[in-house]
Design a protein around this ligand. Sequence first.
Ligand code: NAP
Length: 328
Amino acid sequence: MYKIAVVGATGLVGQKMLEVLERKSIPFNELTLFTSARSANKEVVYQGKTYITEELTEEKANEKYDFVLMSAGGSTSLKFSPLFEQAGSIVIDNSSAYRMEEGIDLIVPEVNSPQLNRKIIANPNCSTIQSVVPLKPLQDKYGLKRVAYTTYQAVSGSGVAGRNDLINGAKGEAPKNYPHPIYNNVLPHIDVFLESGYTKEEQKMIDETKKILNLPDLKVTATCVRVPVQDSHSVAINVTLEQPATVQDLRHLFEQTEGVILIDDVANNEYPLAINTTGKDEVFVGRIREDDTLDNSFHIWCTADNLLKGAALNAVQILEQIHLNNHK
Ligand code: NAP
């Protein structure tokens, strides 16, 4: 039986983590719910038991847990994850703070598994997670040469604050989280701008794709866009393979890939849609067609629930992967 802590238990991702932990058969007998001082000392009923949220302090991070599911932003992670790690806890961190650090595992269980050289494991960027799940079987069968992403990301990717901007924007209120209204709008801007002209979100997709697939020389580019959708991210993936393949080959491969669901029947207007993806664990792909401007190239439309596969589910799957390895 494990002793588990969830940090950021009142956040959108933290709440989903509790939901996912409930339906996975992870054996635990102790659960601690950490928040900031703002939400401390509140009652949370979980699996019929009442828990009181606790403010995370340095002293509390010095205690050993089997697993800490950390979902409270980069600065909180930078401060507390090393303390949990020193105390012997395995930290699965949702923030971007450690993802590209040497020696830190960046894990999507369908694609790779942790080496555990460090006890901090990074959960990748949401749009990257859903994209590498269908890219992995293509890499294994045909090789990857180039990937170009365009994303259509839901407001819940910005947590409670993003969700509020869409809801309150519909009532005519000015945005508090985004630099412009998201209601009735499309923002070609996620996270901060870098000197290169790319945003940090775009750079995360580029860097993390290469690290997860273990292809440092893969050519990857990205444009990340926020759209007025509550939940579930969509990604248009343009991929160039090393070896020739047909649209039928790709469809067949995705039909056999664990964690992927193919919906590709355009004659009946069937393709992956954000609203049908929300609440589902799988990554959905469709609209597969050749890009005849480049050799061996295809367009793939890909949707997934950003709070589930893009965050909480993937984090709990990492925990499950370690749990199953420990009990082989
Ligand atoms: P959120 O809804 O704003 O929730 C943030 C949570 O962090 C709240 O529970 C908050 O507690 C807690 N928190 C803030 N400062 C803290 C501190 N100093 N100590 C302890 N807890 C603290 O955000 P979210 O969307 O759940 O995102 C959480 C993390 O997951 C972020 O790092 C985000 O980048 C990452 N992530 C999010 C998504 C997504 O789709 N939303 C996807 C991938 C990764 P209070 O209630 O006390 O404020």
